[in-house]
Each structure stands twice: as C-alpha cells, then as structure tokens.
Design a protein around this ligand. Structure first.
Ligand code: FES
Ligand code: FE2
Length: 333
C-alpha cells in the first residue's frame, strides 16, 4: 500500500520572499498566455498584460511578425503602451518623455534628449520576449532560450485534435484572495469534487474522476456523454487551464499578483450562434465561485499559523504531489 506524501511547507504559500523567487524561477521561465491573435491583425496592433509583476506587450510589425517586449522604456522606465490593447502608428512611443522605438524594439529616436557624448541609441533597444502562438492564442516567455511552446503543449494539442473555429468570445476576470498555488492545487485534485462541487459531481460521477500527468500537463477526462471534445480538461504547467465544455472552449490563466492574491483571467471561445454558451459560462462561473470560496478559506487557514504541513493521498492527490515537486525543483534551480 503506498504511503501518504507530506505536503509542501506552508511558508511557500505566504512568504513574500518565496513569491519574489517564483517570479524569476517560474514565471520568468515558462510560457504565459498573453492574449488572442484576433486582437493583433494589422501592423501596430498591440496587446499588453502584467504577468507576475512583469508589464509586457506584444505588437504586430510591418512584416506581419509578432514581437514581444517588456513594456518598459530604456530611458527612465516609462510605459510604451497604456491600454490592454490598441494600435500604434509606425512605432512605439514612450508615454513619459516620448522616446520612439520601432516594432522591432530598436530605439529610433531619443526625442528631445539633446546632445550627449557617447550615447549610443543602438544599445538602448527594448528588452525582448519570446512570442509564439498556438491555435490563435498568443504566448510569451521571458526566457529567450526557452524550449518551443509546442514541446509543452503537444499532449494537449494531440488530445484536442481538430477543433471547430470559435470566432466569438467572452472575457472576464475574477480576483481571488489566495496564493496561485492554492488554486492550482485545487484544480489538480479530483478529491474535492463531491465536497466543493456537488452539482458537477452528480453530473460526472465523482468516483470516476481521473487526473493523469502527461509531460507537464494534467489531463482529466470526465466520462463523456457526447465525445471527448465535449468534456476535456487540461492544466498546463505552471498556471493555465484549457477546457472544452459542451462545445465552448475556455482558457483560464491564473495570474499571480502577490503572495495571497491571484487574478483568474477567463477567455471563452464559442460559435457566434451557439445557444449553449450562456449555460457554459454559468457553469464555469459556478465552479470558479466554489473553488474560490474554498481556496480563500484555505489561504486564511494557512496564514493563521496553526497548520504547518499536511498529507496528500497517494491515490487521490498524485497530481498535487507532482505539482509540489515541480515547484520545489524550479525553486532549487
Ligand atoms: S522614460 Fe521613456 S522617454 Fe523617458
Ligand atoms: Fe474545483
């Protein structure tokens, strides 16, 4: 009989120093969802997000390429763009003193800076990011040497197979008062279904839940009533969930804001005329509410100082154990 596994220390879920370490050791080295290619059609179209405290932007250049940069001017750290999405003509112009950069990140003009001996504009280009797309989703990686996005997503990509085009979208965001890992672990455990999601458990049959790891992806398939594409759910290291529920595709990006604050970014993609979209959104909202409720209370209890370490079931919480190991590995590097 397998033995229980000791959980990660409570400090990992509340210490600001750990959070700071995770920013560089995890979020600066992994693929992060940035937005939709549908918002980047013409040259100059851009999207911007703050991910784990890093303000980032992606812009389409005149040659049709997507280029990503930190949204940080090399002069005195002003922002290049101020909105979550929009369009700039010809170049990125800093909102502070007006330095102008090409869509390739090169500094074209240090507007009004005046003569300065030895100042070489070529050495003051924007800090670049890796940008890749997958099925219309734009991802960035702060690590310029990172392995290609598809290496990470392949098991999910194969599972999804051919999917219909879903041009319509609904976006929303939920602030959750817990450490991002508390919420991820909630996602990775099928054990809490009956306690936290009684309606879902009744629908899927809680005893048949099965979460299995394939590479750095956790796949869960409910016993399907209408084919795999109807009910697929996957978590992707470190903070993304992709699911299909009754034909609606949902992306959930868990964006860490601080040691005890997370923002859940939801993107629902659906067919324009799909009458089921309302039901799919309501379903997701209910699950998110239930998971947020329990995760926020878990965080409160971790912060209270009476609980220091617990146990994981070797049969029910294998994916949680995998995740805790993976985090420890990343923080040790
Ligand atoms: S900070 Fe960008 S131009 Fe001054
Ligand atoms: Fe849940």
């Amino acid at each position: 009989m397998p033995a229980p596994i000791v959980t990660a220390s409570v400090e990992l879920y509340r210490d600001p120093a750990v959070f700071e370490h995770e920013r560089t050791a995890i979020f600066a080295r992994t693929w992060q969802f940035m937005g939709l290619e549908a918002d980047l059609i013409r040259a100059g179209d851009y999207i911007a997000e703050v991910i784990a405290g890093y303000p980032l932007l992606v812009v389409r250049d005149q040659a049709g390429r997507l280029n990503g940069f930190h949204n940080v001017c090399r002069h005195r750290a002003g922002p290049l763009v101020g909105e979550a999405k929009g369009r700039c003509d010809h170049e990125l112009t800093c909102r502070f003193h007006g330095w102008r950069y090409g869509f390739d990140g090169q500094l074209k003009a240090a507007t009004g800076f005046g003569p300065a001996e030895g100042f070489d504009p070529a050495a003051f280009g924007l800090f670049p990011l890796r940008v890749e797309t997958w099925r219309g989703f734009v991802f960035v990686n702060l690590d310029l040497e990172a392995a290609p996005l598809i290496d990470l997503l392949r098991p999910l990509d194969e599972k999804l197979g051919a999917q219909p085009r879903r041009p319509a979208r609904v976006r929303d965001r939920h602030p959750i008062a817990c450490n991002w890992k508390v919420f991820v672990e909630n996602c990775l455990d099928g054990y809490h279904q009956e306690g936290v999601h009684p309606v879902l458990a009744a629908e899927t049959g809680a005893q048949q839940l099965d979460v299995r790891m394939v590479g750095e992806i956790a796949l869960y398939e409910a016993p399907s009533r209408g084919g795999a594409a109807e009910s697929l759910w996957a978590w992707v290291w470190p903070n993304l969930v992709v699911s299909v529920y009754r034909g609606v595709l949902l992306l959930e990006h868990l964006r860490p804001i601080g040691p005890d604050k997370t923002l859940m970014d939801h993107v629902f993609l659906h067919q324009p005329e799909d009458p089921g979209v309302e039901a799919a959104i309501l379903h997701s909202e209910r699950i998110t509410e239930e998971d947020s409720w329990v995760s926020e209370r878990v965080q409160q209890n971790l912060d209270a100082g009476v609980y220091h370490q617990g146990l994981l079931s070797p049969t029910q919480e294998g994916a949680v154990a995998w995740f805790q190991d993976r985090v420890a590995q990343a923080l040790a590097q």
